[in-house]
Design a protein around this ligand. Structure first.
Ligand SMILES: [Zn+2]
Length: 255
């Protein structure tokens, strides 16, 4: 399995428009972060998790010409607003499968009504999707794999993480119950969010993310959904335990 980090930044991305914060001005390419998303590939399968406003650029940058589907973690704009840009995939492949909680599918229908129109009323250039509802405790069949949804909380909003075999992807987490932690315990590679140094009401900060890693005990952990307020990639990563890393855009991890 190959995991490609398409984006590792928080909702505004790094650099932030108009910001003169030193991290936003950094010339280290690892300090430039598009909105969070990962590409997960195994055998001949290729799935994307989330479809934020940088989706087009991310597909071009990673050279993706075909996708088998998109899994959504939740409905926030930084995870969904690129959905219109599935058009090139739709024109070649037909309706693109999307997987999300029923609430998130409802939100997508409201934001992109023209994508969900069927039959003769559909605008000719509009893309199409095939909807699959994700339900907690019911693994999702993707190709030859059963992907396990992991129910986490983003302050008071439910969010799905996903476990693909020995790889778990959890973003926008603030809290996880022990029952859900057991679904990802001991995975080879864990990706989890670590926003910044100071606490935040709906995201793990660095200290909380490190505690979560101790609880989940993965082989290796990579932090994502990073704000400029976490600091320079180089400096932050140097201070992390030896099996914990900061993810960065274009990083590939193989399992
Ligand atoms: Zn987010």
């Amino acid at each position: 399995m190959k995991i490609t980090f398409l984006g590792t930044g928080t909702s505004q991305g790094i650099p932030i428009i108009g910001s003169d914060h030193p991290v936003c001005l950094s010339s280290d390419p690892r300090d430039k972060r598009l909105r969070v998303s990962v590409l997960v590939e195994w055998d001949d399968y290729c799935y994307v998790v989330d479809c934020g406003p940088d989706f087009r650029q991310q597909m071009l940058r990673a050279g993706v010409s075909r996708i088998d589907g998109i899994l959504f973690t939740h409905e926030h704009a930084d995870h969904t607003m690129g959905l219109d840009d599935i058009r090139p995939f739709f024109f070649r492949q037909g309706d693109i499968p999307i997987y999300a909680h029923a609430r998130v599918l409802g939100e997508l229908r409201q934001r992109f009504p023209y994508i969900f129109v069927n039959g003769k009323d559909k605008y000719p250039g509009a893309p199409g999707v095939r909807e699959f509802e994700v339900i907690n405790n019911r693994p999702v069949s993707l190709g030859n794999m059963k992907v396990v949804p992991v129910n986490v909380m983003h302050n008071r909003l439910q969010v799905f993480g996903y476990r693909f075999g020995n790889f778990a992807y959890l973003t926008d987490v603030k809290t996880i119950t022990d029952e859900e932690v057991r679904k990802v315990e001991g995975v080879e590679v864990l990706v989890i969010n670590a926003l910044r140094i100071k606490p935040h009401p709906s995201h793990l900060n660095l200290e909380e993310a490190l505690k979560m890693v101790e609880k989940i005990k993965p082989g290796k952990a990579y932090f994502t959904h990073i704000s400029h307020l976490l600091g320079f990639h180089e400096e932050v990563e140097r201070a992390l335990p030896e099996n914990v890393f900061l993810a960065y855009d274009n990083l590939e991890v193989k399992i």
